[in-house]
Design a binder for this molecule. Sequence first.
Ligand code: ATP
Ligand code: MG
Ligand code: MG
Ligand code: MG
Length: 562
Amino acid sequence: MRQKNALIPTLRNVGEAEMVSHRLLLRGGFIRQLAAGVYTFLPLGFRVLHKVEKIVREEMDRIGAQELLLPVLHPAELWHESGRWENYGPELFKINDRHDRSFAMGPTHEEVITDLLRGEINSYKKLPMALYQIQTKFRDEKRPRSGLLRGREFVMKDAYSFHADRESLDQTYEDMFGAYMNIFTRVGLDFRAVEADAGAIGGKGTHEFMALSDAGEDTIAICEACDYAANIEMAEVVGNEEVSDKTPVSEREKIATPGKRTIEEVAEYLDVEPHQLVKSLLFTVDGEPVLVLVRGDHEVNDVKVKNLLEGAVCELADEETVRRIAGASSGFVGPVGLKEPVKILADHAVMRMNEMITGANEADAHLMHVQIGRDFQVDLAGDLRNIQEGDACPRCGGTIQFKRGIEVGHVFKLGTRYSEAMNARFLDENGKEQPFIMGCYGIGVSRTVAAAIEQHHDENGIIWPVAIAPYTVHLIAVNMKNEDQARLAEALYEELNKEGIEVLFDDRKERAGVKFKDADLLGIPVRITVGAKAGEGLVEIKLRRSGESKELSVEEVLKELP
Ligand code: ATP
Ligand code: MG
Ligand code: MG
Ligand code: MG
C-alpha cells in the first residue's frame, strides 16, 4: 500500500482519551469515534482486526467448530422465552419495527442459536456440535470510554456447543480452552486463564482469559510457581472500584472502606439492578448482607434470580443435600434452614446461577422467592476474602501475586439453562427427549486488538506483535525527490510485494522527521529506510521493538524479514 494515497490520518493530539490503547489507536489513524463506544475501523485498524479474526477462525476450525452467521436483530419473543428480555438489564438495545414489533440487537446469541438448533437437530446422532460466528455485538455499556476495550458496538467471536451428555460438554470445553490458549499465544498476549468467580463456582464451570495489564478492570490472583489463577473481582469489589480524585469524598470513602454494604446500596452505587449483583453475593451471618459481586453477566439475569431477592417463600433442603450439591461441580447451595443462618465454607459454596435458574435443581434443594438477608444469611466469605498478595497458593503452596487483567475471552458451561427455558430437546439413544446440554465461548476480538496495544507500546507509539501487525514492513523513502532514493524504494516496494510481504510504502513528500515519527506511532515491526546511501544500493533495516538497526544491501534485506 502506498501511503500517499492511504487513509491513515495520524494525529498529534487526541484530547481526553485516557487509555493508552485508545489514544494510540486514534493517533495512529486506526479508528475514529462516531458516537460514545461506537467506532469506525479505518483501513489500518481493519487490517489488524482481520488478522485477529483469522487466527480465531483457524483455531476454531481446527477443533471442528463450524462457522455461521446469526442475525443481529432478535425478535423479542425469543428473549421472553429465556426470561432475559426483562432481566438482561439496561445493556440490551431494544428497537421496534414499523409494525411495532420489538427486537433486541444481539449482545450475545444464546437465544438465537438455541432456537436454531431446536428446529434443526432432533437426534443425539448429530451431537456434539459446535458453531461459531464473528460478528458485531451491541451492548449499551454504562461507561464506554475506553476505546475498543469497551465498545457499545464491538466485534466478538461467540461459539456455542450442544451435547447429549456432560462428558461431551467437558470434552468440548477442554478443546475450546486449548484453542483459546493457542489464539492468545499466537496474538502475542501475555495472558492467564483464570478461574472466573473463584470459589463461588468451584472453578470448574467457567474460565476467563485475562490479558495482564494495569489497564485491566479485574484483579486476579496468580501463582508464579504453578498455573493457578483466579479472578478475585468478587472478593475485592471494594478495593477494585476505581477511586480517583474526581470521585466525591463521601463516595470515595464508601468505596474505599471494605466492609458491609446492603445490596441496594451497592446496586445504587453501580447503577445496576439489585438482581444483577446476585451472582457473587457473599452473605454474612452477623447482621446485614455483605456484598461481593460480578456485574451484569448474562447468566445472572433471570426472572427467578430477581425473585430470589424479592419474593417470600422458601423451600428447604437438609444439610446433607446442601453439602452434596455444594460438593458437585455445579448446583446451587441453598439455605439449610429458613431464618436460621447457615455457614458454608467458601470452597463448598458452589453457586451456579445458570444452573439454579433453570429450575433443574435437585428436587429437594432449590429455593424460590427468598429474600436474602431477610430470610437467611450465608457466610461464604472465609477463604475468598482473605486472599492477599503473598499468601500461599491454594494449589501448590507458592506465592500469590495480584495482577490486573483485561477479560479478552470467556468460556462457560451453560448446562441446560437455555435448552430448558426454550424447550430445545433431542431424542437420546433410548428415544427419550432430553434438553441439550450447552456451552458458550466468547472472545472480544476488537478488545483483543486494544489489549495487545496495552501490552505492546512505548512512549513513541504502538509496537505490534508480528502476527497481528497491519503490515510487516514499513518502507520509507527519506526523500522522494531524490532520484536514487525514489528509484530504489520503488524497486524494493515491487520486490517485497512480489515476495508476498505486506508492505506499507511511505512515498509521501513529507519531511524525514515526520515520516519516522509516524512510523514509530504506527508500530509496524520492520522499518526499511531508503536514504542517503541509496546510490550504493544500501538501505537501513530497523526493528520497531528493539530499536536494533543495521545497514544492508537490498539483496540481504529480504533474507532478514520475518
Ligand atoms: P466485561 O466483564 O468486560 O463487561 P463480559 O463478561 O460482560 O465482559 P462476555 O459476556 O463474557 O463479556 O462476552 C465475551 C467477551 O466479549 C468478553 O470476554 C470480552 O472480551 C468481550 N466483550 C464484552 N463486552 C465488551 C465490550 N463492551 N466491548 C468490547 N468487548 C467486549
Ligand atoms: Mg466479565
Ligand atoms: Mg459486560
Ligand atoms: Mg464474561
